[in-house]
Ligand binder design. Structure first.
Ligand code: NAD
Ligand code: UGA
Length: 437
């Protein structure tokens, strides 16, 4: 099968490399020449565990010749970004630009399938099909097929998630489109054929499924964060114990109940905002979604409030170590990272900040120093904020904090330490959702 992939970011590049490995003839296209050069030279343009080995020996073509790429393909995947506009609505410009380009070059001599995998608000598929027809002069359902098949991979585990998805959603209108899409997935998913992983539906449900999925996970996180805030006002209460126990209830499940500095990244924040916007445009008040978003934002202020309470006016003279800059472990992605906002606020208070992250070594827009090691960041600090739960931070001992820091004050924003062990060892420990005695 010949596949064109338009947009070689986290989703597009991961899918392209895994399809290449499965024997598909893959051509990748991107508007960033730098990205194309990097892939051409077998160099990963971003950090994603396990993907590098596929990058080393891939046979995929990369091209900025979109005409040739489209004309040759049986299936054309669209995996371009869908960022937020300033008002929280979705920016579909990259998707629409890609559809226009594809429309210009569709081959009238064969029936090609356009598969939209980018996260797009309800009714985007309809708009894409209109553009494809306008720019090609061909008819949907007769000359070409279109499916909406959203992606559910997570950064940091993109390879595993792509090969073994919990589900495959295919939104289609004509039977032949659904069948072509199933053939496409059957050729490269390791767990294809398992019962219950396939959701075949119409376009609008496929679009809604993606948003509902992300919004529900975001809701779980904000919910447990609200419980965490209540726990902190009740000495002896600990949200991690509570989350673990409620997670044993099969109706709740154990995942996405880690209290902390809230969700970040390029997906949950923008998708919750876009769904709020969709609701408001339909004159529906999305009360729950708005609270999910508001709770998430307030979590980022947790360490700032703790510092303000602890140091008062003196906070302007302190030195703070921030461990972690990526929005979650095992990625170098800092898009909408809670750590970024925390450092940004501290900088506004003229606090000296030393940052350490195992992978992120620089961040546009921040002036603070990036250190080479945990030890360098901790040395002489008045307090440390755990902003991302990298494994490397979990093994730091109380003795290290005490030895290196000016004052061993630990603000555990990801609940990676045992509070009682820390306190017994002489650490002034504050953890999200831990009610101090
Ligand atoms: P990304 O920003 O990492 O990559 C998008 C790529 O598309 C960029 O390299 C950009 O240069 C390229 N591009 C933009 N317009 C183009 C065009 N007209 N032609 C060719 N290339 C073009 O984005 P991503 O994180 O891979 O996300 C892509 C989509 O998938 C988004 O809608 C996102 O919400 C969704 N998604 C992302 C993830 C994730 O974990 N990152 C998971 C599931 C779904
Ligand atoms: C998320 C979804 O998990 C994917 O299924 C989806 O495909 C993707 O968004 C998307 O639509 O783009 P991702 O953003 O890569 O994936 O990462 P997650 O593991 O979901 O974490 C998101 C954020 O939530 C991180 O900042 C993480 O620290 C936070 N989180 C996660 C918590 O605060 N608590 C938890 O219990 C879990």
């Amino acid at each position: 099968m010949k596949v064109a992939v338009i947009g070689l970011g986290y989703v597009g590049l991961t899918t392209a490399l895994l399809m290449d490995k499965a024997g598909y003839e893959v051509t990748g296209c991107d508007i960033s020449q730098e990205r194309l050069d990097s892939i051409w030279m077998h160099k990963m343009p971003f950090h994603e565990p396990g993907l590098d080995e596929y990058m080393q020996d891939h046979d995929m073509f990369v091209s900025n010749d979109i005409e040739m790429t489209i004309k040759n393909a049986d299936v054309i995947l669209v995996t371009v970004g869908t960022p937020s506009n300033n008002d929280g609505s979705i920016n579909l410009q990259y998707v629409f630009d890609a559809m226009k380009e594809i429309g210009r070059h569709l081959d009238s001599q064969k029936v090609q399938l356009v598969m939209l995998k980018s996260t797009c608000v309800p009714r985007t598929s309809e708009a894409c099909i209109i553009l494809l027809e306008q720019y090609s002069g061909l008819n949907h359902g007769h000359h070409f097929g279109f499916v909406m098949s959203p992606e559910f991979l997570r950064e940091g585990s993109a390879v595993e998630d792509t090969l073994h998805p919990d589900k495959v959603v295919i939104g289609f209108k004509y039977d032949f489109e659904g069948e072509l899409a199933m053939d496409f997935y059957a050729g490269f998913l390791s767990n294809w054929g398992l019962p219950d992983i396939l959701a075949m539906t119409n376009y609008i449900n496929a679009e809604f499924i993606k948003y509902t999925n992300n919004a529900f996970l975001a809701t779980k996180i904000s919910f447990i964060n609200e419980i965490a805030t209540i726990c902190e006002q009740n000495p002896g209460a600990d949200v991690t114990t509570i989350a673990r126990a409620i997670g044993m209830d099969k109706r709740i499940g154990p995942h996405f109940l880690n209290a902390g500095l809230g969700y970040g990244g390029s997906c949950f924040p923008k998708d919750v905002s876009a769904l709020i916007n969709v609701a408001e445009n339909a004159e529906v008040e999305p009360a729950i979604l708005k609270e999910v978003h508001a709770t998430n934002i307030s979590q980022r202020h947790w360490p700032i409030e703790k510092i303000r309470e602890r140091f008062g006016e003196g906070m302007h003279d302190i030195k703070v170590a921030v461990l972690g800059m990526a929005f979650k472990p095992n990625t170098d992605d800092v898009r909408d990272s809670p750590a970024y906002d925390i450092v940004d606020i501290l900088e506004q208070y003229d606090v000296i900040v030393n940052i350490y992250d195992p992978i992120v070594k620089h961040c546009e827009g921040l002036d603070s120093k990036f250190c080479e090691s945990v030890d360098e960041a901790l040395t002489g600090a008045d307090c440390v904020i755990i902003a991302t739960e990298w494994d490397e931070f979990k093994t730091i001992t109380p003795e290290t904090f005490i030895k290196l820091m000016k004052r061993p004050i630990v603000l555990d924003g990801r609940r990676i330490y045992n509070p009682m062990k820390m306190i017994k060892a002489g650490i002034e420990y504050y953890g999200i959702g831990f009610g101090r005695y």
